[in-house]
Design a protein around this ligand. Structure first.
Ligand code: BES
Ligand code: MN
Ligand code: ZN
Length: 486
């Protein structure tokens, strides 16, 4: 493959190849109206004078103007082309000066993210059978030819660390709930200790001792015990060493049947992904550790299964959360907020964080409001909200800010307890966020909530993701950390 810039601009190698083949690269490309536009491609078969079966030209547009995300998308588009052809190793020539080592690293990152698939439960592996195109097995390597491979490799090491985090998040979300209960999830995370993370698993006894009555109420119908996992990355160097940590908190409902307020059967299988927030936090922490980020960050995930049974919470039950506030559970399907309430509180009590971001596949209502192009963002702090919005634009993991107001908060007041866990017909994503805000202990602690119900799973496929589980948010939060907290 050969990277081609705006108006068929070629680098040194490309120019040489085109000459050697007496113009049989540029000429047919021009005839096909290929202009080098970013992500456009054209295939030249058996070019004269060259000993290759084919050259695929991949457009990169005006290279000097491309943002990191543009390069990722180009890399993803290149990999998509590679997949369609029977070739074990694919070479990508990217030798134009405007293509910096950072750009090369981003293209490789895009290709790696595009290459993800979840074939674990397919008896016949990709190596034995046809690839996703039905014609050939996928290539085993992408070799990029660029002017400064050493610098490109160093840049890619950083990007590859983040991509590993995205892979972990996708794997966790794709995994079916019979294989990934709270205990198995916690074990997977405990295994991340080797990456330099300090991982603690809180078991049922410890959660009871901590009086996490809201989280425990969600898990009590399941035959499988709940867990809370705390992952610490203490990577800050020098003066920032003493700074309070950033806390990332994830909803990890390994399966959400709705409980006694049971969900309809159609589509319920998707609720294996109701731990997308927890998966993102896990992937983020892995990425920070793998790239040795200069930051102190803590990931906390609340892992439970929401099941109906003789021991399940009933509608109308009143529980006491770790904060001491009482909650009337009017709908057992509004469980995510109960889990987060206690994990948020625990994070603040124990770590006095500099800021908190929680992620949750919290409401269907956020998809009604925003579709699947943006996650819902709720925040008590404009600066934090802006940082997330900017990181969203940079990574393509976009967020859209939604309102918080006392008038919405009133909707979750309860006759019988301090609050109820549903707010009525309207503004469902907002009342869920208001509920969470009641567990932000100190209103001066910057806090943001991301409702990722529309983006963590079955989101729109794009150049860098073709998987049901997107791993959404790993790159967003990594970017936020890198841009403002390292
Ligand atoms: N996990 C669901 C939200 C969800 C729905 C995520 C679809 C992804 C796709 C959440 O626990 C839930 O059931 N929310 C209810 C809240 C309602 C009972 C107030 C919802 O959105 O219907
Ligand atoms: Mn639910
Ligand atoms: Zn749920």
């Amino acid at each position: 493959m050969l990277l081609v810039g705006h108006e068929l601009a070629l680098g040194e190698i490309g120019t040489r190849l085109d000459k050697q083949s007496t113009g049989s690269l540029k000429r047919p490309a021009g005839a096909a109206n290929f202009n080098g536009k970013a992500r456009s491609t054209v295939e030249i078969l058996a070019p004269a004078g060259l000993e290759v079966k084919r050259v695929v030209l991949v457009g990169c547009g005006r290279a000097a103007q491309n943002e990191p995300l543009d390069w990722m998308r180009i890399g993803g588009a290149a990999w998509a082309q590679a997949l369609q052809r029977a070739s074990d190793t694919v070479s990508l020539v990217a030798d134009d000066e405007a293509i910096t080592p950072a750009a090369v690293a981003r293209m490789a990152e895009g290709a790696v993210l595009r290459a993800y698939n979840f074939r674990k439960y397919k008896s016949r592996k990709a190596t034995e059978e046809n690839g996703d195109n039905g014609q050939s097995k996928p290539p085993s390597a992408l070799v990029v030819h660029c002017p400064d491979p050493t610098a490109a490799e160093a840049a890619f090491a950083q990007r590859s660390a983040v991509a590993e985090g995205v892979y972990l998040a996708r794997d966790l979300v794709n995994e079916p709930a019979n294989a990934l209960g709270p205990v198995e999830f916690a074990e997977r995370l405990a295994g991340l200790g080797v990456q330099g993370l300090d991982v603690e698993v809180l078991d049922l006894e410890q959660l009871s001792a901590l009086k996490m009555g809201a989280l425990l109420a969600v898990g009590q119908g399941s035959a499988r015990e709940g867990r809370v996992v705390v992952m610490q990355w203490n990577g800050a160097k020098g003066r920032s060493k003493a700074k309070a940590p950033l806390c990332f908190i994830g909803k990890g409902v390994v399966f959400d049947t709705g409980g006694i307020s049971m969900k309809p059967a159609a589509g319920m299988e998707d609720m294996k992904g109701d731990m997308g927030g927890a998966a993102c936090v896990s992937g983020l922490m892995l990425g920070l550790a793998r790239r040795k980020a200069n930051v102190n960050a803590i990931g906390l995930v609340g892992l439970v299964e929401n099941m109906p049974s003789g021991t399940a919470t009933r509608p109308g039950d009143i529980v006491t959360s770790m904060s001491g506030q009482t909650i009337e559970i009017l709908n057992t399907d509004a469980e995510g907020r109960l889990v987060l309430a206690d994990v948020l509180w625990y994070a603040q009590e124990r770590f006095k964080p500099r800021l908190m971001v929680d992620l949750a596949t919290l409401t269907g209502a956020i998809m009604v409001a925003l579709g699947k192009e943006h996650a819902g963002l709720f925040a008590n702090n404009d600066k934090l909200a802006r940082e997330l919005e900017e990181a969203g634009i940079a990574t393509g993991e976009r967020v859209w800010r939604m309102p918080l107001l006392p008038a919405y908060d009133k909707l979750i007041d309860s006759k019988n307890a301090d609050m109820k866990n549903i707010g009525g017909r309207f503004g469902g994503a907002i009342t869920a966020a208001q509920f969470l805000q009641r567990f932000v202990r100190d209103s001066t602690t910057p806090w943001a909530h991301l409702d990722v119900a529309g983006t963590a799973m079955d989101s729109n496929r794009d150049e860098v993701n073709q998987s049901w589980a997107s791993g959404w948010g790993v790159r967003l939060l990594d970017e936020m950390v890198a841009a403002h907290y390292e």
